[in-house]
Structure formats: structure tokens, C-alpha cells
Design a protein around this ligand. Structure first.
Ligand SMILES: Nc1ncnc2c1ncn2[C@@H]1O[C@H](COP(=O)(O)OP(=O)(O)O)[C@@H](O)[C@H]1O
Ligand SMILES: Nc1nc2c(ncn2[C@@H]2O[C@H](COP(=O)(O)O)[C@@H](O)[C@H]2O)c(=O)[nH]1
Length: 434
């Protein structure tokens, strides 16, 4: 497990031989390992730059992720191919991307539940998916299926907005029987997407996800949900509110999804409203940067040394140096918020924003599982006298998530090809001393 993000003071984390806390580890030379697990629809992204006219012709609302039938998928693929519009084909899926990025950042294990074609030919989509997934993602629990994995036509408009057309193949065929109880119960977090709830007919991935959620809740494993697209939430915001209230610990959304869920267009107010449903929220807001929001115990709050920020909640970042806690672990819970503008103002050129939100969520997951890792290996640390949900403060998580989102944007693909640069030994320096 790597340290989550980069900072000068690493005194709490067992990363260096001279760290005094490491003494406790020497009795236990093999550190206890931690991992996160996720469930996804196994998808390959087929990326193409297209005119808005094509989206209209195929009935694809801009920014949405629409399921299309085989005939439409065939026609679309032929049109893209004949006009030489396809720029890339790589592994995708919002949770596949997130666990891959988690494993790259943490240099540690994650587990992915989903399906995989039984018979794989070299060069096929299934083959590409496996080749483009970090070797630290454990794929041994994938359910073998007859037929192809899904295809996600990722259509990029002139403005950089991405619109998805999903040809589902066998991606929704995961069954509850292929959810491994022990793996879920021993994980640091279970990560899901709202897309899992839209399976229909005989497809059972929704039931599989529900089984995993129940197992996670019973074992007190945090359930993390990312909302996917505002169109899905808009269909029935009340249903999603109830779902989140009942099942979700940490919610990740962008500002549009936040508005669809809460009715608040201001991402800060949307985050505040979402905190009535769950314990922690990550709200990304494109060029406005991102917010973290959550709870801490009144007596443990820590005041920021940064400038207090104006907004719909004045001075909302006052206690951003606090660590997130589960609401139920606070005697007197207070809401805490932090915000950060895009790292370095964003890359000079953004070809598309595909996967930037997934990148930010992977950073948050890394911080969360680093906390579990540290607690398992250095239980006597003063860090764990009070139960925290994450290793770092709201403010640090913002910085780290933002830095990772930048990396995804800069490399023009949703899956990190490598971790953050080692030379960047202090996030503070990277931020403020360009
Ligand atoms: N146009 C942009 N300029 C600078 N940074 C951006 C831009 N778009 C996204 N980002 C960065 O990527 C993060 C996630 O982007 P966003 O588009 O909100 O996520 P999603 O992919 O979930 O819609 C933002 O919080 C920000 O840090
Ligand atoms: N599991 C699913 N993933 C989907 C679906 N539609 C799109 N996607 C994936 O999202 C990422 C990009 O996410 P972003 O919102 O952060 O830009 C991309 O790689 C797609 O594969 C879906 O229906 N199910």
C-alpha cells in the first residue's frame, strides 16, 4: 500500500524504515493487506469524435449513457469505422476504471466482480479488456459467460462533452451466486455505480449488486456509490434518495447528478443536501473543481489555515482540516466541507473529460483503504484512538482527488497508465510552487 497522495509529513504511515511506528510492524513482518472491491458491467470504450448531428440521428441525448439495440450498434460501428472516426478502443466501465485507478494509485490489490467471455480470441474486446486492466486488479472472481462483453461507444462532441451509447452484450449477466461473501466482508469498501440498477428482463446484475450491498452492510464495510449520469437519477430522484439513505455510506457525483438528486444546482448546496442521505459526499464540478463534504465530531473539528471561502454556506471550509467520520460515530456531528479549484487550472488541452470523476473517486478510495491498512497494521497509533472513515482530512482528500482527475484529463483516457510522479514529493509544492 502506497501513501495516499504526497505530503512532506509521512510520520503516521509505515512507509519508511526509520519511521518509529514501524517498530510495531517488525513483530509482524508480513503486513495485513487491504483491498477494495467493485461490481461493474464489463465494457470496452470505443472512442470517436463525432458531430452533434450524428448524436441526433442515432437518438442519443448529449451527455447521457443510452442503451442501444444490436441493429443500432451495428450501424453505428460501421459508420464510425467507414469514416475512420474511431480514435481509441480501451477497457472502460465506470467501476472497472475506478478499481483499476485505485490499484495503480495504491499499488495494491482490488477485486472486480462482473462477467467475462468464456472463449477469448486474441484481439477481441474481451482480450483488450484483460490487457488494459492493472495486474493488481484481481479478476479471478469474474463470472464466465457465453457471448461478448459490452461495448460503450464514447462519442466526443466538439465541446469535449462525452455521450455514451451502450451495446450491452452479456455485461448484465452477473448472477448473485458469483458474489463471493468472504471477499466482500473482508474488503475496505464496496464500490458500485447507479448503472447497475438499470438491468432488465432475465439479467441479474442488479440482484447481484443488492446481495453484495447486504453483505457489506452486515460486515460494516462502507458502500460507495457513484451516480453515473444525471439522466438516470432524473427518472426518479425519490427512489434514488431512498436507496442512498438505506444503503450508501459515500456518494460520488458531479454537479448535474447532484442537481438531479437534490434539486440544488449549486454543488455545495447539493453536497449539503446529500449529507442528509449518507455519511460523505464527493462532488465534482468540472472546471469549478471539486468538493468533499461529510461529518466530524464537534470536539474533534480542526480549523483550516487556508483562506475561508465564500459561498452559499459562508466560510464553508472553516473545518476542512478535520477527518471524515461516520455520522453514527459522532456524538455531536457537524457538517464539514472543503473545496479545491482544478489542479494547475486544468491541463492546457482537454480532449475530453471521460473518466475524470472516476479518477477523483479512486483517490478517495485510496485514502479510505489506507486508513484501514494503517489501522490493521499499527492499531496502537494515535491516529486510531478516534475512529475515522478516511486517513486524511477533507482538505487533503480534495487535493489528492483533484490531482488524480488532472492526471486522467492530461492523458486523455479514463484509466491511469501509471501512478502519480514520485518526484512530486509534496502536494503543497506541486500546487503552489509551479
Ligand atoms: N474543463 C476542466 N478544466 C479543469 N479541470 C477540469 C475540467 N473538467 C474536469 N476537471 C477536473 O476533473 C474533475 C472531475 O471532472 P467532472 O467533469 O466534474 O467529472 P465527471 O467525469 O464525473 O463528470 C473536476 O473536479 C476537475 O478537477
Ligand atoms: N458500468 C457502466 N459504465 C458506463 C456506462 N456508460 C458509460 N460508462 C463508463 O463511464 C466511464 C466514464 O465515466 P465518467 O462519467 O467519469 O466520464 C466510461 O469509461 C464508460 O465506460 C454504463 O451504462 N455502465
Amino acid at each position: 500500500m502506497k501513501f495516499p497522495g504526497q505530503r512532506k509529513s509521512k510520520h503516521y504511515f509505515p512507509v519508511k524504515a526509520r519511521d518509529p511506528l514501524l517498530e510495531q510492524l517488525t513483530h509482524n513482518p508480513k503486513p495485513k493487506s487491504t483491498y477494495v472491491c467493485g461490481i461493474d458491467q464489463t465494457l470496452v470504450d470505443i472512442e470517436a469524435k463525432v458531430a452533434d448531428e450524428l448524436l441526433v440521428r442515432y437518438g442519443l441525448p448529449t451527455g447521457n449513457s443510452t442503451l442501444i439495440d444490436d441493429d443500432k450498434a451495428h450501424a453505428l460501428y460501421i459508420e464510425l469505422k467507414q469514416n475512420d472516426l474511431i480514435s481509441d478502443e480501451f477497457a472502460g466501465g465506470t467501476i472497472g476504471n475506478t478499481v483499476h485507478n485505485y490499484s495503480v494509485l495504491a499499488d495494491d490489490k482490488s477485486v472486480l466482480f462482473g462477467v467475462m467471455s468464456k472463449h477469448i480470441e486474441v484481439g477481441s474486446y474481451a482480450y483488450r479488456y484483460l490487457c488494459n486492466t492493472s495486474s493488481k486488479v484481481d479478476l479471478n472472481y469474474l463470472q464466465p459467460v457465453d457471448g461478448p462483453i459490452g461495448r460503450c461507444f464514447t462519442l466526443i462532441s466538439d465541446c469535449g462533452e462525452r455521450t455514451f451509447a451502450i451495446s450491452k452484450g452479456a455485461m448484465d449477466k452477473l448472477t448473485p451466486a458469483h458474489i463471493n461473501e468472504r471477499v466482500i466482508e473482508n474488503s475496505s469498501a464496496l464500490v458500485l455505480t447507479a448503472y447497475l440498477m438499470r438491468a432488465s428482463g432475465e439479467d441479474q446484475i442488479t440482484q447481484a449488486a443488492m446481495k453484495a450491498i447486504e453483505l457489506a452492510k452486515a460486515a460494516q464495510v462502507p458502500v460507495v456509490l457513484t451516480l453515473g449520469t444525471r439522466f438516470l437519477i432524473e427518472e426518479d430522484p425519490k427512489w434514488w434518495q431512498d436507496f442512498i439513505r438505506e444503503h450508501v455510506t459515500i456518494l460520488a457525483m458531479n454537479e448535474d447528478e447532484g442537481e438531479a438528486l437534490t434539486g440544488e444546482s449549486d454543488p455545495l448546496l447539493a453536497s449539503e443536501a446529500a449529507l442528509e442521505l449518507c455519511d460523505m459526499v464527493l462532488t465534482t464540478a468540472g472546471p469549478l473543481g471539486l468538493y468533499t463534504a461529510g461529518y466530524t465530531e464537534e470536539s474533534e473539528k480542526r480549523e483550516t489555515s487556508h483562506t475561508l471561502l465564500p459561498g452559499a454556506i459562508p466560510d464553508f471550509n472553516r473545518f476542512e482540516f478535520s477527518r471524515p467520520k461516520l455520522k453514527r460515530d459522532c456524538q455531536t456531528p457537524i457538517k464539514v466541507y472543503a473545496h479545491i479549484s482544478p489542479y494547475m487550472g486544468g491541463p492546457e488541452r482537454i480532449r475530453n473529460t471521460n473518466g475524470a470523476g472516476d479518477g477523483a473517486l479512486a483517490a478517495l478510495l485510496h485514502d479510505l483503504s489506507a486508513n484501514t491498512f494503517h489501522k490493521a497494521n499499527v492499531p496502537g497509533s494515535s491516529k486510531h484512538i478516534r475512529d475515522g472513515l478516511c486517513y486524511s482530512s477533507f482538505s487533503q482528500i480534495c487535493k489528492y482527488a483533484n490531482r488524480v482527475a488532472y492526471q486522467v484529463l492530461a492523458q486523455h483516457s479514463p484509466r491511469l497508465s501509471r501512478g502519480l510522479p514520485e518526484r512530486e514529493d509534496s502536494l503543497e509544492e506541486a500546487y503552489w510552487e509551479r
